[in-house]
Design a protein around this ligand. Structure first.
Ligand SMILES: Cc1ncc(COP(=O)(O)O)c(C=O)c1O
Length: 672
């Protein structure tokens, strides 16, 4: 850990942009360097300065986005191995979270100073983005120092928010989401108790609940109103906004609300105007429109006598998952500084023109604060590749039949033409046609299994050769080839538990090996998880100019295939997973929460594990679906006993099976 060499955090200028020469080739070139790996996996594009590649070919995290303090993630994995903490494991890096929060503070402070803006800025972290207690507590502790708070959106989150802010009375706690009388009353009583808590009205009926609770407890509560803006949201969360959005009050309803509040003597409590047009706003133009619309609404409310002090622009600050800096779903076309400057400048301009005071500004940035701070590390437990050489024995036997079927002869002919100077496109097309014909004949009962298998072998050999030779400039007709020929890398994880947005909304996440980066990857692969679901795969990765459908990975050593006992683990890191993935995940196949560790840098510059959060055990996940693990254990033990009594199991086999069942119930839900 203590090595002081300067490590590679390449910029686009100094990093060569080479891709592996020819996937499927037997070995890497001698010229490969860790710079090539950093460029290939686009570390500086998506890493936000928090990740880089060491001279030793391992992946480094830089918690403060500077190269001086770093955590070697491969070294951490070795440390976890020694502690018998298995994969998949989330490595949480609170240092990055702290840096993200301070950077947001800095960006708004700068913008406010530069524009001589009269109000202040605060961010309230929406705990739904990552509700894990350690994460929330870290946000709370740093937030207390820099004037940030928390946001909650449901009753359980409200209780968590109240508990988290205990002893932090001045910390803002914004309450969104649908509310019933109990929710409103709890908030109003918490405010009476001295908390800085602000419910945001999402529906007109909530105003009536506020009125009732205010009357019952004889207080004038502070609250906000969420505006339903005309500005449409963008991307996958476009439905959060627009006239037909699910949340908030339309302009007409807001006017009506002001009348209602005046009549009820409650207008003095209207302290905040709020909006949220969706997560991951990828286009800065949307930010500009939203800010202008909300600022003008604010001006009108002030003119109508409402004492609004805070403009809350909700969440949406994006994360550049694929590093392309474009207005596309997994990216964004603006920087944090631009975001802050646009909000501050636009609100100031609108207010100055109208002659109203500058309000305090607030955002509910979640994704942008926590995404970078978690890395999911999983192990490759096997791989399947298509052979570039067909099984000669099989092919020869099939050809030696009395009357070899025509598709087999065609496939063989295509394979033989690989050695000649023939047009590769034509050869590939012939092999593909032969395979299709072979499949048809087999399905009709006119081809035997051996001939069909030989056809497949020959087709894969032709396809692999075509890919190797044409990879650098794939003709249009073969753009599908990398996908078709890609190896399958099996990884010990569940996409549904740990990477739900990859499956559900095609979100791209950066994925790369966290070691062996000094070695050229020679395979192209897609990832397949251990669920029994064909959707449990990842085949979208950050690539040059957008998304690529295969990932360059390392072949297993010839004598030690991945996942076999005695072979070295091959670890892949899945990055930017700190936002939403951990809590959205589900129990598909009863694969539960993964292990998680919090890794920080000590004063001596060495990393240490601050907390270990064990993943769920088999016992726990079974009980979620109403199985009683104790009862199951008793019954299974009885079964084993009968097996021994009836002589179907020896005593030692019975003892082994019983131990296995006991251990399994206590054990991790993933392969160990
Ligand atoms: C009301 C509200 N605020 C804040 C957020 C957080 O958004 P983000 O994570 O994009 O910052 C959300 C998420 O969709 C939300 O619904």
């Amino acid at each position: 850990m203590a090595d002081t060499d300067v490590d590679v955090t390449p910029t686009t200028d100094d990093a060569p942009s080479s891709a592996p020469e020819a996937p499927g080739s037997e070995g890497g070139s001698d010229l490969w360097s860790v710079n090539d790996a950093a460029a290939l996996y686009r570390v500086s594009e998506w890493g936000g300065g928090y990740f880089g590649v060491s001279r030793e070919g391992t992946l480094l995290a830089f918690p403060d986005a500077g190269a001086s303090s770093r955590i070697d993630l491969y070294e951490v994995m070795k440390g976890l191995e020694a502690r018998e903490i298995g994969t998949p494991v989330i490595i949480r890096l609170p240092g990055i979270l702290e840096h993200r929060m301070r950077d947001l503070r800095r960006a708004f402070d700068n913008a406010i100073n530069e524009a001589s803006y009269g109000g202040s800025y605060s961010c309230v972290y929406p705990i739904k983005v990552n509700q894990e207690r350690h994460v929330c507590e870290a946000v709370r502790d740093i937030g207390a120092e820099i004037g940030f708070g928390l946001e909650v959106g449901s009753k359980p989150e409200l209780i968590a928010g109240l508990a988290l802010t205990q002893g932090f009375n001045s910390m803002p706690l914004v309450c969104n989401g649908f509310k019933d009388a109990e929710y409103i009353e709890t908030v109003i009583l918490a405010a009476k108790m001295g908390r800085n808590i602000l419910p945001v009205v999402e529906q007109f009926s909530e105003l009536r609940l506020i009125r009732a609770s205010a009357a019952q407890h004889d207080v004038l509560p502070n609250f906000g109103i969420r505006a339903k803006l005309a500005t449409p949201g963008v991307g996958r969360w476009a439905g959060s906004s627009g006239m037909r959005g699910k949340f908030g009050l339309s302009v007409g309803e807001i006017l009506h609300a002001v009348g209602f509040l005046k009549a009820e003597g409650l207008l003095g409590g209207l302290k905040m105007l709020h909006c949220h047009v969706g997560s991951q706003i990828f286009d800065i133009r949307t930010v500009k429109y939203v800010v202008s619309e909300l600022a003008h609404l604010y001006v009108e409310l002030v003119r109508a006598g409402a004492p609004v002090e805070i403009l809350d622009f909700g969440g949406g600050l994006g994360v550049d998952y694929d590093g392309s800096q474009t207005a596309t779903d997994s990216s964004m076309n603006y920087s944090l500084d631009q975001y802050a400057a646009d909000i501050v400048y636009r609100v100031k301009t609108v207010c100055d023109e109208a002659g109203v005071p500058h309000p305090n500004l607030m955002t509910e940035s979640g994704r942008a604060l926590v995404a970078h701070s978690s890395v999911l590390v999983c192990e490759v437990i096997g791989s399947r590749e298509f052979r570039s050489e067909p099984d000669r024995t099989l092919v020869d036997l099939a050809l030696a039949a009395d009357e070899p079927p025509q598709p087999l002869l065609d496939a063989y002919d295509a394979y033989r033409r690989l050695g000649a100077d023939d047009d590769l496109l034509e050869v590939y097309a012939d092999a593909e046609h032969a395979l299709a014909e072979a499949t048809n004949l087999f399905n009709l009962g006119y081809m035997d299994l051996r001939s069909r298998a030989a056809c497949e072998e020959l087709f894969w050999a032709v396809g692999t050769a075509a890919l190797e030779r044409l990879y650098d400039e794939l003709p249009d007709a073969l753009v599908h080839l990398p996908d078709r020929m890609a190896d399958l890398f099996f990884v010990n994880m569940s996409v549904f538990q740990s990477l739900l947005d990859s499956w559900g909304i095609d979100q791209v996440f950066p994925i790369m090996p966290i070691h062996r980066l000094g070695e050229e990857p020679t395979r192209l692969g897609v990832l397949a998880d251990i669920t029994c679901d064909s959707d449990g795969r990842v085949d979208r990765f950050p690539g040059v100019g957008g998304v690529k459908t295969t990932l360059e990975l390392h072949a297993p050593p010839a004598d030690a295939p991945y996942g076999e006992s005695g072979s070295e683990p091959y670890y892949l890191g899945i990055f930017l997973t700190g936002a939403y993935q951990e809590t959205l995940g589900d129990l598909h196949n009863l694969l539960g929460d993964t292990n998680a560790v919090h890794v920080v840098l000590g004063p001596d510059g060495r990393w240490r594990i601050e907390a270990i959060v064990e993943g769920e055990s088999v016992r726990e996940v079974l009980s979620y679906v109403q199985f009683d693990p104790e009862e199951m254990r008793r019954r299974l033990r009885q079964d084993v006993e009968s097996g021994m009594e009836e002589g179907r199991l020896t005593l030692s086999e019975g003892a082994r099976l019983r131990r296995f069942l006991d251990d399994s119930l206590q054990g991790y839900t993933y392969l160990e």
